[in-house]
Write a protein that binds this ligand. Structure first.
Ligand code: ADP
Length: 472
């Protein structure tokens, strides 16, 4: 397999295989590294000790010859041999070699006889020599006493050490192998346990796409990272599910609202086709009614658009509006022009030096909706008051009317989309039940609040609270 195929294969590997592979490789490298280090240190130490022993034996022999002023005559050889026999160690051979390279004395314990390593030398040498698969430590030293010139040779067989080395390396090998097998097993079990919750998560996600959004993760109660992730995922799914539900309810409501004017226009059109062309009264009435419905349809579409814009983003907006009292006053003046039968009172002194955290257009849009309602639902007492108060870090704008009010049972729902207290009454006034929904969503985006107090046949007070800044 080429390198590219290997890397591709590796990347496609499941995480549990990768984790097991890496933990095994790591344990193997650590074990092998540690064993090799131990092995090298042990080998060095043993060789060093053997060298020291051989050196010691050599020094002893040379000292003995010098002290005894040994002469290597046949009658002395027995005594020398006896001495060498005594100091010789296990697996060691001592030879005294004459000028003609012929050994005069050989004391041998367990060293192969055919091991002939002597060369004429002029100075002391020590080294390791390999023969027949075994190593030997060899030391040779020149010696000159009277007319005798030769050398002393010590050969220490390292066979035993090599046996031991072989056994140790075998033990180390099997231990490493055992550790690898064990690490594969433990690594496999561990990764399987660690990855189990992840697999459960993957399964839940698969279930969500096949069975539906109601599926949820089942987090463990231990509060670890994965269960935290599962809880977060569940929360997110709750939100997604809720927004899906809202979305489809919105589409249902919107299409329901659109159906009525479309059906009315359709009715008029078929009436016109059948009789209207000849009858100028029917023609004029149907055209008027259709135009009226078209206007309502247009209004509804614009409101739907405004609502969808208000709902689009949920992040908090941060525009700054200086002197909001001017904006409020301007809108009130506009209303006073259109509705001369109404008395519009204002008290905006408190907020003259303030800055509201809202955009000019959005404040206008909100006030238009609320003032429009106040006018729409007023009865004989045609007075509307707008007051602004400062409260801690926010401004309250109150719009008070003395109209028909909202029944207590409906009050909690008036900011819901398409909610109308009395469908017929509201439609007569041209309302689609979207105004307060739009206003509430816009206020929410500036972290403000919309509160409504109302009493039937007495009046309604709508309070807009928005965050503000004081002027320096
Ligand atoms: P609409 O466009 O139909 O007025 P809104 O969302 O603005 O829809 O208001 C929802 C409902 O709350 C209305 O149908 C109306 O009955 C009631 N409402 C809102 N404001 C007032 C008010 N100032 N006085 C009485 N009823 C109100």
């Amino acid at each position: 397999m080429s390198l590219e195929k290997w890397t591709g294969f590796y990347f496609r590997m499941p995480i549990k295989f990768k984790l097991t592979l890496w933990s095994t490789v790591l344990i193997m490298v650590l074990f092998a590294g540690y064993n090799t280090l131990q092995y090298v240190i042990m080998e060095k130490w043993i060789i060093h000790r053997e060298k020291k022993n051989v050196q010691h034996s050599m020094n002893e022999i040379l000292n003995y010859f010098l002290e005894q002023e040994a002469e290597f005559k046949p009658e002395n050889l027995t005594k020398i041999r006896q001495y060498l026999d005594k100091i010789n160690r296990d697996d060691q051979r001592i030879r005294i070699i004459g000028t003609d390279n012929i050994p005069l004395i050989t004391i041998n314990d367990n060293v192969p006889d055919n091991l002939l390593v002597h060369q004429s030398i002029s100075h002391q040498v020590i080294g390791i020599y390999k023969q027949g698969g075994y190593s030997h430590l060899i030391m040779e030293s020149p010696i000159t006493i009277f007319e005798f010139t030769g050398s002393v040779e010590i050969v220490k067989s390292l066979a035993q050490f090599e046996e031991m080395r072989k056994t140790i390396s075998q033990v180390m090998f099997y231990f490493t192998l055992g550790a690898v097998v064990l690490s594969i097993l433990v690594g496999w079990l561990l990764t399987r346990n660690v990855l189990k919750p992840l697999q459960a998560m993957a399964q839940t996600i698969r279930d969500i796409s096949s069975k539906g959004m109601q599926e949820r993760m089942r987090p463990a109660l231990n509060g670890d990272e994965i269960s935290t992730l599962m809880i977060m995922f569940n929360d997110m799914m709750d939100q997604v599910e809720e927004s899906f539900r809202q979305q489809s309810r919105f589409v249902e409501d919107a299409s329901h609202e659109l159906r009525t004017p479309v059906a009315i226009i359709e009715g008029h059109m078929s009436l016109l086709r059948r009789w209207g062309k000849e009858d100028p009264v029917i023609l004029s009435d149907s055209l008027d009614a259709s135009l009226h419905e078209f206007a309502r349809l247009k209004g509804l579409v614009l409101e739907l658009l405004a609502l969808s814009r208000a709902e689009q983003n949920t992040h908090v907006l941060e525009s700054l509006l200086k002197n909001p009292s001017k904006v409020i006053q301007r809108i009130i003046n506009r209303f006073a022009l259109i509705h001369p039968d109404f008395a519009l009172e204002t008290d905006l002194k408190q907020i003259e030096d303030m800055s509201l955290i809202i955009s000019n257009e959005h404040l206008e849009q909100i006030l238009l909706i609320i003032l429009d309602n106040a006018i729409k639902y007023s009865l004989q007492h045609k007075v509307i008051s707008v007051k602004a108060n400062v409260r801690e870090k926010q401004i309250d704008i109150e719009i008070i009317d003395y109209g028909m009010g909202i029944p207590a049972k409906d009050l909690p729902y008036v900011t819901d989309r398409f909610y109308r207290v009395d469908k017929a009454r509201s439609r007569d006034q041209g309302g689609n039940g979207l105004g307060l929904a739009i206003a509430k969503r816009l206020i929410d985006r500036y972290q403000g609040t919309l509160a409504i107090r109302s009493e039937e046949m007495t009046g309604t007070t709508v309070t807009i609270s928005l965050p503000c800044l004081f002027h320096e």
